[in-house]
Design a protein around this ligand. Structure first.
Ligand SMILES: Cc1ncc(COP(=O)(O)O)c(C=O)c1O
Length: 380
């Protein structure tokens, strides 16, 4: 039985060297990092080493990194603190953000704390930057919350341009970088980003740990009240092993970035080409051949009588892929991203997402499975 994992945007397998680094600490250190005695101090030093290492990878100051339980908490912290601490009254976002952002902004709007503005999208799913500028022109005290790469269709935002627009109009910029940290180089000193979010499990780190970057110009008050952890911003004893694992995973990802980018982009291009040859009428959602995250390919298959069964048939053949965002896969509601882009709901869409461990042979196998499914469906 084949076991092919093409759902790396949902989560990635943990890197063996990350497991090694985490286990070493688990076996030897158990102190509470808030304790002032020797057992505590050793663990405190591990956390601060991890913070320095993360800051070095992203070219920011260690004091700008706050460890969290993952991407959702980081997004929540950035958005809610912007409203509570900086008097944000208008949040400009898009209909295709992750639910960690959309549901948070919607809740704040329902509570009457902010007005929510949805920026227009171009037919290929990119943000209409002219509309963004006009929204910024007409709304003061604004936070722009737009993701760097869309987790379902892979579209990439020009964060340099958006950062400059936000600076020009005196707005805060929160960028959900959950799908791109560990996959692209970042220079946070150069980018005009106020907040960004990270989840370690998207780049071969452990689950349940991430961080929020808060630019030093934006001093926030505690998000989770309690102890003085994370310099008072997030109470609660730290996820020490997770933090050690996150830093190790980011270090490995940063060292191998160029090599892995080339390998994974090659797989994506190859799959696009092979699918177009194998299945007539296929297309790709979003700007797959343009400004697009190299790890994600969202395929729009032709109408078929096996649409509902496509993911199941792939699963039976040993291929794990996803019908949209994994975060909502249990809800059976379909994808809010594909709906916002007006994708024909009769055409099944599947998101394939790649990691460094995937091979050309796995792509060949997957394309053959799909070809067979569509050939059989045509005969039925
Ligand atoms: C773009 C984006 N933002 C936020 C999240 C939430 O991250 P986590 O599940 O680690 O909280 C995800 C996870 O799928 C994501 O893809």
């Amino acid at each position: 039985m084949n076991s092919i994992y093409l759902d790396n945007a949902a989560t990635t397998p943990i890197h063996p060297q990350v497991v090694e680094a985490m286990t070493k600490v688990m076996l030897t250190e158990f102190g509470n990092p808030s304790s002032v005695h020797a057992h505590g101090r050793v663990v405190r030093a591990l956390i601060e080493d991890a913070r320095r290492s993360v800051a070095k990878s992203l070219n920011c100051a260690p004091g700008e990194i706050f460890f969290t339980s993952g991407g959702t908490e980081a997004d929540n912290m950035a958005i809610r603190k912007s409203v509570e601490d900086f008097g944000v009254k208008n949040i400009i976002t898009s209909a295709i953000e992750h639910h960690a952002v959309l549901h948070t902004v919607e809740e704040l709007a329902h509570a009457g704390k902010i007005t929510m503005h949805l920026v227009k999208l171009l037919p290929n799913g990119h943000v209409d930057l002219a509309d963004l500028e006009s929204l910024l022109k007409n709304n003061n005290n604004a936070l722009v919350s737009l993701m760097h790469a869309n987790n379902e269709i892979g579209n990439l935002l020009d964060i340099e341009h958006v950062g400059n627009l936000c600076k020009q109009y005196n707005a805060l910029f929160h960028c959900d970088t959950v799908q791109t940290i560990g996959h692209y180089p970042f220079d946070l000193q150069k980018l005009n980003i106020s907040f960004c979010a990270c989840a370690a499990h998207k780049f071969n780190g452990p689950k349940g740990v991430g961080f929020v970057y808060v630019n030093a110009n934006n001093k926030i008050h505690p998000f989770i009240t309690g102890g003085a952890q994370e310099r008072n911003m997030r109470g609660g004893t730290e996820n020490v092993y997770g933090i050690v694992g996150l830093a190790k995973a980011l270090q490995i990802a940063t060292e191998n970035l160029e090599k892995e980018h080339a390998h994974i982009q090659g797989l994506k291009n190859y799959m696009m080409q092979m699918l177009q040859q194998a299945i007539p009428g296929i297309s790709f959602n979003g700007d797959a051949a343009g400004k697009s995250l190299y790890t994600v390919l969202n395929v729009c298959f032709p109408e078929t009588n096996v649409a509902e069964m496509l993911l199941y048939k792939l699963d039976i053949a040993g291929v794990s892929a996803s019908g949209g965002s994994a975060c909502s896969s249990g809800s059976n509601k379909g994808s809010h991203v594909l709906s916002a882009l007006g994708v024909n709901p009769k055409r099944p869409s599947v998101r394939f997402s790649f990691g460094y461990q995937n091979t050309k042979e796995e792509i060949d196998y997957t394309v053959n499975v799909l070809k067979k499914i569509f050939n059989e469906a045509a005969k039925a």
